[in-house]
Design a protein around this ligand. Structure first.
Ligand code: N01
Length: 558
């Protein structure tokens, strides 16, 4: 591939759900943009995470772009919770529907992005040797896009098939007749284990921390309900916007879990467990589940009791029972027969908390107690979340510190969307925004719209530079910290806290004040003349900023 150079109004990094919508929106406003994507196709997290059982745990109709009525009406989901292949087909459909591919460069990983104060341009370099420049950079790099591989001694010596769930091969992997090992019992492993167990001759699961999980009760889409959702879309979307997690259809928690009688509480938990409403259904039962340890433990104990009732071997059930961590303080997975899978004869569970993995060997691995041999080893060990992809690039201001230096004590941003000292760079669903604590797709749309409106506003004002003030950023970081500390979130060793990555600062990274509050605040800040931001311009090359194109977006078929 020959190296390219070029100047655009905006460089977008990543062609997942965020990058695609950013491109659509930028074109709509007449900006020139180039999207740079490391993968060979669109889809981001849904492109990379192709492991068996991968599925969204937000209902498909709510995990769809809202911005185009035509798009909503042209696409029909086949399942209540879409599987990865169908979600990837949907994202490809969107790319084709809006003719987005012509502005996307695939197989191109951004290695550095440097802002020059004099030219007012970002210089963006790729691993293909390209050098692009742009007034604005939209980092659509995803929250869970940098896989984490533990640094086990001997990992390079392993001679069997080695997989990481976050970099799954494109061709089908068949584990039939194989001895398979899986390390990890997070949301990913919980989806993968029941599927691999059905194929493998024997599956050994290495668990460090037991996890809560609730059944998804996935089923074919209810076309009547989906039609009704679309017919009432505006009202449903408005409800989602005014909700904590960007979702509609869940009743708001009414009372404290401590206020209900045990029988009533149990009935209510049972109802939610059976509903298949996922994480949100269970965590919105009572208003204090995520803030009061006593209330939380009632829900936790309900799930523990379910585990004991499902898993037949009491010793295995005991090992699978989470303790000393509040339910919901790690992401609460949604499963399809996860706990039931441990009743199979070909599945065994190994506690690596009491007997840690010491090394990977040519044939398998060795814990402090014994050696295991496998034909295939799967690392379901998660991601360097929220900051991993941003810090993997050399992002810096020519005259200032790198982003890595600026975030040495944890990520700092204003609203999770811009970073003081890094002008004209937008971080879609960045740390400090609700992002992973809500319906991601609505979070993405809100951030993209905010960023593109902001760029458009600058153009209309003859300005071309914006960055948050240090003071506004500090206040936001402090506010986000205070909000998190009123909850049980900091108590778990979760990826939200950066606790899964050795040496990563322990900071609760998402904003947990709820979408409604956040969205309204973002709007107020704009209405108040971009309160907390400094703007300036035009700088030298501002005149190059594109005049709006006349017909930037292909006409929709009638
Ligand atoms: O990653 P995780 P994930 N030695 O970090 C273990 C989203 N998602 O890929 O708990 C041994 O949660 C680790 O053990 P411990 C969702 O937001 C969404 O499963 O740290 N074990 C844990 O068991 C989710 O939260 C969907 O003690 C090690 C596991 O590996 C996020 O992705 C579906 C280890 C990692 O769990 C990440 O989930 C799937 C080590 N050195 C995922 N290092 C949807 O439905 C790690 N582990 C949308």
């Amino acid at each position: 591939m020959s190296a390219e150079t070029g100047q655009f109004d905006v460089i977008v990094v990543g062609a997942g759900l965020s990058g695609l919508y950013a491109l659509y929106r930028l074109r709509e406003r007449g900006f020139t943009a180039r999207v740079l994507e490391a993968g060979s196709g669109v889809g981001g997290t849904w492109y990379w995470n192709r492991y068996p059982g991968a599925r969204c745990d937000v209902e498909s109709v709510q995990y769809s772009y809202s911005f185009s009525k035509e798009l909503r009406q042209e696409w029909t989901w086949s399942e209540r919770y879409g599987g990865q292949p169908e979600i990837l087909r949907y994202i490809n459909f969107v790319a084709d529907r809006f003719d987005l591919r012509r502005d996307i460069q695939f197989n191109t990983r951004v290695v550095s992005a440097v802002f020059n104060d004099e030219t007012n341009l970002w210089s963006v370099e790729t691993d293909q040797g390209d050098l692009f420049s742009a007034t604005y950079c939209i980092m659509a790099t995803g929250c869970l896009s940098t896989p984490y591989e533990p640094d086990y001694p001997g990992l390079g010596d392993y001679q069997g098939d080695l997989y990481h769930t976050g970099r799954w091969p494109h061709e089908e992997v068949d584990f039939s007749g194989m001895r398979v090992g899986v390390i990890g019992t997070g949301a990913t492993a919980i989806q993968l284990i029941p599927v691999v167990a059905k194929q493998a001759q024997h599956l050994t699961v290495f668990q460090r921390t037991a996890n809560y999980s609730i059944p998804g009760h996935n089923q074919p889409a209810d076309s009547e309900a989906d039609r009704e959702f679309e017919a009432n879309f505006d009202a449903r979307y408005d409800k989602a916007r005014h909700s904590f997690a960007g979702m509609s259809g869940y009743s708001s928690p009414r009372v404290s879990a401590l206020e209900d009688e045990p029988a009533e509480r149990n009935r209510y938990f049972e109802e939610r467990w059976a509903s298949g409403g996922g994480t949100f259904a269970m965590l919105t039962t009572y208003r204090d589940l995520l803030v009061n340890p006593e209330a939380n433990d009632l829900a936790a104990e309900f799930v523990r009791e379910k585990i004991r009732s499902i898993v037949k071997d009491p010793a295995v059930a005991e090992l699978l029972t989470p303790r000393n961590q509040p339910i919901g303080a790690k992401r609460l997975p949604v499963d399809t027969f996860y706990f039931e899978t441990y009743n199979r004869d070909n599945v065994s569970l190994v506690d690596i908390r009491s007997a840690p993995i010491e090394r990977v060997t040519a044939k398998g691995l060795r814990t402090s107690e014994r050696a295991y041999e496998f034909d295939a080893l799967i690392l379901a060990t998660g991601f360097d979340a929220m900051t991993g992809a941003l810090l993997a690039m050399n992002v810096r201001r020519e005259s200032g510190p790198t982003l890595k230096e600026a975030w040495a004590e944890g990520p700092k941003s204003y609203l999770g969307i811009m970073v003081a000292g890094f002008p004209n760079m937008f971080t879609i669903t960045g740390p400090g925004s609700p992002s992973v604590k809500m319906n991601m797709i609505y979070a993405i749309e809100q951030h993209v719209e905010w960023a593109v409106d902001c760029i458009d506003h600058l153009r209309s004002q003859g300005l071309d530079r914006i960055a948050p003030t240090e003071t506004a950023q500090e206040d936001w970081v402090e506010h986000a910290r205070e909000v998190a500390e009123t909850t049980l979130m900091p108590e778990a060793d979760s990826w939200y806290m950066g606790a899964n990555i050795p040496g990563k600062p322990r900071v609760f990274m998402p904003y947990f004040g709820g979408f409604e509050r956040y969205w309204q605040l973002c709007n107020e800040i704009v209405a108040d003349g971009y309160r907390g931001f400094e703007t300036s311009g035009p700088h030298d090359l501002a005149a190059n900023l594109t005049e709006p194109r006349k017909d930037p977006v292909p006409a929709l078929p009638s």
